[in-house]
Design a protein around this ligand. Structure first.
Ligand SMILES: Nc1ncnc2c1ncn2[C@@H]1O[C@H](COP(=O)(O)OP(=O)(O)OP(=O)(O)O)[C@@H](O)[C@H]1O
Length: 469
């Protein structure tokens, strides 16, 4: 990787021997490419309203006026942007999308606190509390109970009232977007509301791993241990990502023991039972089963309608009951997609300046509905699943980054698109950021070979296939 030598030069920065544009100049050049290659209507609707916010040499942050714009950019325009940017800068540029409303909200929030703000404050993610990293919206009040999550909900409530006693660790497992994180954080939020003195810590397993690696690199392992072992309630999300991380597992084992022996509460989530997490140490598997492992399954129709009703109320949306039932009937996979459908509908109604009716919803969700009616798995379904399984973005799958952590998921997604859909090789290539069909053939051959010798990848692919079928 070439070093960034920050020499300001008109609108250029110089990186190695490449010229790197600043955000406005880069965006101007990209807009010109889009104007050349799209219709006036597409340009005026989707590209013109975009504002460049930041460009750090590898990520271009763009602000968009609505959720609908964001969906459209992610699904349709991002691959073109990556390609145009590659031609312009000779580098891999990733787009990042934020909403104009988030920028406004953030500006308003910062305004009163300006006087005592610090550099650290500026790094905080929107609306997340600095100390605990809890999302304040993930509460028991906002959580709709249905058949698939009632056990998990009951256990969570008990743990929030009597941590460290009955179910330790509490272990939620289940598919993507079913509310594991929400429920876990609801425990933390309630505990803090009832007992503000409680020391609560929420991290993803990746954040734990990164903290640990940083601590080693900076000789601060003692500090790391003090931080993690001095809490009353530790929540670690998505622990399936501890798979194959020997050193982190070792450290987590000691963290776990320390907290457990001191009657501190541990809450964990994973997309599968501990026994199925590849290369998870046996002693961790058995410890995770000490408390209560409880699964969360997808919501039935009634629960989906109730969830939609509650989200609509939170967003002050007026939606007739039959329209809510219609939306709930269209999306039966997970709650995150249900929320996505609702925000797509909301944005569509704003754009058209019409009230939300079943007809309007039909139009807004047309693309999703068509895929469902044909009952065919789309390449997009596969990309979504693979991206969430490996925690990469859709842009990663469509882009050109050569890191192993991205290349393997990309090749797996191409392989599955070939295996599980009837799309031609050129069509698959096109859906992966306009790649040539020979790249797809190479990916398919590569994965077919790897499957023969690598049991972990074989298992991962089989998990994704099961989730897709
Ligand atoms: N029962 C529910 N009631 C209200 N909202 C819900 C419910 N279940 C899930 N959600 C919402 O769905 C979204 C996805 O949930 P969450 O992130 O908790 O899922 P997850 O199971 O942790 O997914 P992942 O495995 O991808 O991390 C969140 O916005 C959450 O608030």
């Amino acid at each position: 990787m070439l070093e960034l030598i920050c020499i300001s030069y008109n609108d250029y920065l110089i990186r190695g021997d490449f010229k790197v544009l600043d955000k406005d100049s880069l965006w101007q050049k990209l807009s010109t490419e889009f104007r050349k290659n799209t219709t006036d209507l597409t340009y005026d609707t989707w590209i013109k309203p975009v504002t460049p916010v930041d460009f750090d040499g590898s990520t271009l942050t763009l602000s968009l006026p609505s959720e609908l714009h964001r969906d459209y950019w992610k699904e349709q325009l991002a691959p073109n942007l990556i390609e145009y940017a590659f031609v312009i800068t000779k580098g891999n540029i990733e787009p990042k999308f934020i909403l104009d409303s988030d920028i406004k909200k953030e500006a308003q929030k910062k305004e009163p606190a300006k006087a005592d703000s610090t550099a650290d404050d500026q790094d905080e993610t929107f609306s997340f509390s600095k100390e605990t990293h809890l999302n304040p919206n993930y509460t028991f009040d906002n959580f709709i109970i249905g058949k698939g999550n009632q056990m998990a909900h009951a256990a969570a409530l008990i743990v929030s009232e009597e941590p460290g006693k009955l179910y330790n660790p509490l272990f939620f497992y289940g598919g993507v977007g079913l509310g594991k994180t929400h429920l876990m954080q609801a425990i933390g939020n309630k505990r803090l509301e009832d007992h503000p003195e409680t020391n609560v810590k929420y991290v993803t397993s990746e954040a734990f791993t990164n903290d640990f690696i940083n601590a080693i690199q900076t000789n601060r392992t003692e500090e790391f241990r003090r931080e993690y072992r001095n809490v009353d309630l530790l929540m670690v999300d998505d622990i399936q990502f501890f798979a194959q991380k020997e050193g982190t597992q070792e450290e987590f084992f000691h963290t776990f023991n320390d907290l457990y022996n001191n009657d501190k509460q541990i809450v964990l989530t994973s997309d599968r039972v501990p026994q199925e997490i590849p290369k998870l140490q046996e002693r961790l598997v058995s410890r995770f089963a000490w408390g209560l492992p409880v699964d969360i399954t997808p919501p039935d129709l009634e629960t989906r309608i109730a969830i939609l009703k509650s989200k609509a109320k939170l967003d002050n949306l007026t939606i007739p009951n039959e329209t809510l039932s219609y939306i709930a009937g269209q999306i039966n996979s997970n709650v995150r997609e249900l929320e996505g459908a609702l925000s797509r509908v909301q944005a569509y109604s704003k754009l058209k300046n019409e009230p939300i009716t079943t007809d309007l919803v039909y139009e807004a969700l047309k693309g999703l509905k068509l895929a469902k009616a044909n009952n065919e798995l789309s390449i997009m379904d596969i990309q979504n699943k693979v991206a969430s399984y490996f925690h990469v973005t859709i842009s990663d799958l469509k882009g050109k980054k050569r890191m192993k952590s991205i290349v393997i998921p990309r090749q797996i997604a191409m392989y599955l698109s070939r295996e599980m859909t009837s799309n031609s090789l050129p069509k698959i290539g096109k859906e992966f950021g306009g790649k040539d069909h020979t790249t797809v053939i190479h990916a398919c051959d590569k994965i077919a070979e790897v499957i023969k010798i690598d049991a972990d990848i074989r298992k991962e692919i089989s998990d994704i296939k099961t989730a897709l079928s």
